[in-house]
Design a protein. Structure first.
Length: 395
């Protein structure tokens, strides 16, 4: 057997949830919550940044053949702005947009993001502190955005975040605080300290009273949809996308929905069985928290609570949710490496999920996956921790 056939035999779905696919225009309620104009503004701004270029769409014909679909296209974010992940689009944009809003209010005149990036307002920016909790990639983006803006940055990480990812954030001048707890605890501590010190939390995790900044983060992510639709001759019929708190998944779902309306692709979310807050929320039909009792190898997906904005979008727009064990992650990474594609731990769930679904005829039928389907998956990161990546690829 070839490597992909071996991988297919290894892949499995721990749990699944199937919902109805809504064939409708982007709902007014979502347009109010996460407007298309906000997405467009982020797309236009980020496209003007130094070093911007669309990331590659890679055709995985062998994965498509093994999975029984017409095509599989992999959005390779390993080269994004040299930061190695899609997160470069969100956190950095949100930092700059927050400073634009704040200095506009403080100075009593419109302050553009371009003006902030120019350094003209460095003295004013230096008085502002942004903070976040992270598994690594988001914090790196926030630190980069703070460096561009000239403001101070304080980042909270939990006990499982690797030293390599810590060092990557510190390289942009951020102050790093490591706690002896999990991701959700780091989120709570960052919020507490920010409230006490008048710092601004920059997170894609939204909750009551904290919606604006997460919207900016998510708006940055939609750059990928603009690039995908500009390059693909036909839009995908299906999107399989990984989720932690759901910010990425919801942003991509909303952007496709706003752009394509009734012709939008079916949307399938995949998450770790160790941090399954998306599927639990779908089952409970409300935003739900799960306790992360065991860390997944997919560190960026180790989140126990769904973002409020993500819930509002995904609860309306998702056709299915699957949870995955860790077993197939390393083999899938090695298969991608053999194709000269640098895929980190969080980059391969879409491929694993498709191959697992392809073994279940009833699930394929329920999701309308067949030999005519054009599937889009997201390679959301490269080797963001090179030492860890090498140990997995060579292991």
């Amino acid at each position: 057997m070839n490597a992909l056939t071996d991988l297919k035999s290894l892949t499995s779905i721990s749990e699944k949830w199937l919902g109805d696919h809504t064939r409708a225009v982007y709902p007014d309620a979502l347009q109010e919550l996460f407007p298309n104009g906000m997405m467009k503004a982020a797309q236009n701004e980020i496209a003007s940044w130094k070093g911007y270029e669309p990331t590659q769409l890679r055709d995985l014909a062998d994965v498509a053949s093994t999975g029984g679909v017409a095509s599989v296209v992999y959005k390779d974010e390993s080269t994004r702005f040299g930061l190695g992940s899609f997160k470069a689009l969100g956190g950095a944009y949100a930092v700059l947009k927050y400073l634009s809003d704040t200095l506009t209010e403080q100075l009593g005149r419109a302050v553009s993001i371009a003006e902030i990036r120019s350094g003209i307002l460095a003295k004013e920016a230096a008085k502002i502190t942004v903070t976040t909790a992270t598994d690594g990639n988001h914090g790196r983006s926030v630190a980069w955005g703070a460096q561009m803006a000239g403001c101070r940055c304080r980042i909270y990480i939990h006990r499982e975040v690797s030293k390599g990812r810590e060092d990557a954030m510190a390289a942009f001048g951020a102050e790093i605080i490591r706690i002896d707890g999990d991701y959700d605890e780091s989120v709570r501590l960052a919020a507490k300290d920010a409230a006490e010190n008048n710092w601004q939390v920059i997170s894609d995790t939204s909750y009551d009273g904290y919606l604006d900044v997460p919207r900016y983060v998510m708006a940055g992510y939609t750059v990928m949809v603009r690039e995908i639709l500009d390059e693909m001759r036909e839009p995908p019929t299906h999107v399989i996308i990984q989720a932690g708190v759901g910010g990425l998944a919801a942003a991509i779902c909303a952007s496709f929905w706003a752009e394509l309306g009734e012709k939008r692709p079916r949307f399938i979310v995949t998450e770790s069985e160790h941090a399954d807050c998306i599927i639990e929320s779908m089952r409970q039909q409300k935003p739900s928290h799960v306790e992360v009792k065991e860390e997944t190898i997919m560190a960026g997906l180790s989140c126990g609570e769904i973002s409020l904005i993500a819930w509002e979008i995904l609860s309306r727009g998702v056709s299915g949710v699957a949870t995955l064990p860790d077993d197939a992650v390393a083999p899938a990474m090695r298969i991608m490496a053999a194709k000269d594609i640098e895929a980190g731990e969080c980059a391969v769930p879409g491929i694993i999920t498709l191959l697992a679904i392809s073994k279940d005829a009833k699930m394929m039928e329920a999701l309308s996956l067949d030999s005519n389907s054009r599937v889009l998956v997201f390679g959301c990161e490269g080797a963001t921790d090179p030492e860890l990546y090498r140990s997995i690829i060579e292991g």
